[in-house]
Design a protein around this ligand. Structure first.
Ligand code: SF4
Length: 260
């Protein structure tokens, strides 16, 4: 197996901290199609962003290392997180997500324009099972599987504190379930199916038996929001329930729980 292909499994398993994991992740070139796409988008740019220096690399998770709640989508957008370098930042999907988190007191500000814009999350980490922007926002099954070790290790490192996971969209759900299983939670067979509002409670397989509750939510994509498939109220409802499951105060402006 060429070194680049073996890199995610080898490098992720060695990481002992989220910062260390992120430092390895941004070097990953395991998927030739996605490497070409992310770098092409960074070179050509959108006219509206021609003055930007695009990130153009794998996008790390964003949020504190002791997060009690994880939010995961599918993959970065070519001119969103692939531009800014921060998950769900710089596109309409992120606008709704962070504005809703802010309304619940889980984010320090409603806007998510760029890295280092001051945004901090309270007890929440936002991540994805595929870290490089794919053409048409669709990774292949092979690319999704190749990227899994990064999310698995991120979840393992969060396992002492994480108690709820919100999965945005059916593709994200399909990717998240095997990652949760590999990270140390017991997933029933058949695996729970995705629907908006579905919940699945998974016990840890270690002696702690600590539970994590997984919530399904329609993706915050511009299409879903524009068509009314996902309304801000629907998103808010899922996030409130997930915050409660994580023991996070939601609904008011709060601080603490390891901001970053
Ligand atoms: Fe590496 Fe994941 Fe990007 Fe593939 S999608 S190159 S595995 S970071």
């Amino acid at each position: 197996m060429p070194d680049a292909e073996a890199f995610p499994l080898r490098a992720a398993a060695r990481a002992r901290t989220l910062a260390g994991l992120d430092g390895q992740l941004v070097r990953c070139r395991a998927c030739p199609r996605l490497v070409a796409w992310r770098e092409e988008a960074a070179r050509v740019k959108r006219p509206a962003f021609r003055d930007w220096e695009y990130w153009g690399r794998p996008v790390p998770g964003f949020g504190p290392a002791d997060a009690a709640m994880v939010i995961t989508g599918l993959a970065p957008a070519a001119h969103g997180a692939n531009r800014t370098g921060r998950m769900f930042t710089g596109d309409r999907a992120g606008d709704l997500l962070y504005a809703t988190l802010h309304g619940l007191g889980l984010a320090s500000q409603a806007a998510s324009t760029r890295r280092h814009d001051g945004l901090e999350l309270n007890g929440v980490r936002v991540t994805a099972p595929v870290r490089c922007a794919p053409p048409d926002n669709r990774p292949t099954p092979g690319e999704r599987d190749a990227c899994r070790p990064w999310l698995v290790q991120e979840l393992r490192l969060l396992r002492p504190t994480v108690r709820s996971v919100v999965v945005l969209g059916a593709f994200g759900w399909q990717a998240a379930m095997p990652a949760l299983e590999a990270a140390g939670w017991s997933v029933p067979r058949p695996r729970p199916a995705f629907s908006h509002g579905v919940q699945a409670t998974l016990p840890a397989v270690d002696e702690s038996g600590a539970l994590v509750t997984v919530f399904g939510c329609y993706h915050v994509s511009q299409h879903n929001v524009f068509t009314g498939r996902l309304t801000p109220a629907m998103l808010r409802e899922v996030l409130v329930e997930a915050a409660r499951a994580a023991g996070l105060p939601a609904g008011g402006r709060t601080s603490g729980h390891g901001q970053r």
